[in-house]
Write a protein that binds this ligand. Sequence first.
Ligand code: SF4
Length: 318
Amino acid sequence: MKILQTFRAEDVATVYLGVTSSGREVEFVESRQPPFSREDKHVLVISCMVGCPVGCSMCDAGTFFGGNLSVQDALEQVDWMVAEHYPRGDVTTSKLKVQFTKMGEPALNAAVLEVLEALATRPYAHKLWPSISTVAPARREPFFERLLAVKERHFVGRFQLQFSLHDTDERRRQELIPTRLWSFAQIAAYGRRFLSPGDRKITLNFALASLDALEPAALAASFDPEHFLVKLTPLNPTYRAQETGLSHPQDEVRAEGPELGRLVLELRQRGFEVIVAIGAPIENEIGSNCGQFVRRHLGLSAPPLPEGYTRVARAAAP
Ligand code: SF4
């Protein structure tokens, strides 16, 4: 791994722009998750693709696709950050979270499963909490079946699975995420099977521009609070969101005001655990947040693509 540029928001996050040994340009992030210190919980966020073919309406990484990263490309990101922060080889944090959420849709790259298998052999594997966030693309059942098996084999009680829903109206959700998707019924059925005793509940993530996108009754009609919890985040201020008219989240989402409080209360009354995750503003300034693509933040064009790949402005509609 060769690091091209580093962007640091001290004590919150560092974004790395690097080139792997195979010549793929990647973005990855190390951060802490306030209020936890890095000794309690250290978060490594890696890419599994160069760009992304899905083309979500709020994501800068989805404006081009340069192909899947290999197992080696993905592991180099983890290994580089581990070596940087634990130079003596002793991973001292209590919990090392590895999230596949920087660039790319994990379910569209089967190498992610091999990366998980490889991480399970690392000396610090007992401290490892992998986290997969997916939009649940259709026709990826073999990936999800193998993911369940990998979790059962290595990470029971230490795996975080997140489905990005963004809207409780499936038609509007489909417009935000322009690829064929699992229905809510399919996600709910998979979630029931995925969880073993001791496992963390599966997260249903909503990156909200408006509170209208989440209707608690509709959510409860599809998802069982025994298996799923809800995470609310304000939509990050990506360039893509501005271009597609999603723009900045309304103040009611960002400011944790009374409207957001009422929504959280209603979800809790329906039995859902709710996490409200509002990042530090400095994370937007360095582009470390989900959906942000540092090269674009810098006004640079997308990285060079290997032969056979072309840029896409947006994935084909289903
Ligand atoms: S949000 Fe995820 S699935 Fe959508 S374009 Fe971005 S990286 Fe791809």
